[in-house]
Design a protein around this ligand. Sequence first.
Ligand code: HEM
Length: 239
Amino acid sequence: MVRISFGVNHACDCPAIKTQVLDKIATLDHNLDDTTLSTVEWAMAELLCNPEKLEKVRQELQLALHKGEQFEESHISKLPFLKAIVKETLRLHPPAPFLPHKSEKDVELCGFFIPKNSQILINVWAMGRDSSVWENPNQFMPEMFLGSEIDFKGHDFELIPFGAGRRICPELPLANRTVHVTLASILHCYDWKLPNGLKPEDMDMSEKFGITLQKAFPLQAIPIKKLVIVLIAGMKAAL
Ligand code: HEM
């Protein structure tokens, strides 16, 4: 088993599979920006905090992929629960919690007068937790997105972690694919558990607000090898 901290420090204490796991985490650290990495970290934290949902997505992956098959982008469309997990993670933990904008002219919005040149911070975090829009807004409930048309592509204003309109994140398609592929790959390659007998209900899910929204305490999780057995078997067969 390997101990992994998502976030800045990645401790690993098992030579047997450290190469594989560290490769993945190194890929996360070097190729993913803060926003994408934070989304994957929060999704993993929520799944470890809600083991029944972790099991559900694990089963979905098992059904969608053949044994030992590597996860590829084309699999995403077969994984509605994984997609729902990403939406729910971005609702609860938008990496950019406040969107800074400026009014070009005087405008009246919902009864409020906003003078020209006002600096406006759109509170995306609060929108995701608005109890007049979402049922049980503080709970991690990916199921509510199953069969729902709501998406984060900028058309549904209750869910705009990438912004909306002309200033919407230009890299939404890239970030969307990267988050799904990364999350699915680490879920598919390893089983995960919490370190030191930590119980899901005792996990610290505090948030640290800044330009980006981070986990106050980086997630620590233990990956348990899964695909390694298949890979070793494949290597032996090739020798
Ligand atoms: C989960 C991942 C990501 C999220 C949630 C996200 C979210 C956002 C948000 C909310 C904005 C501001 C929108 C607004 O002002 O209304 C933004 C802007 C931007 N994002 Fe992303 N982003 C992500 C990933 C990325 C990635 C991977 C890149 C680049 C490789 C990127 C590049 C940009 C750029 C260049 C802007 C500025 C656009 C402008 O000012 O017009 N984003 N993003």
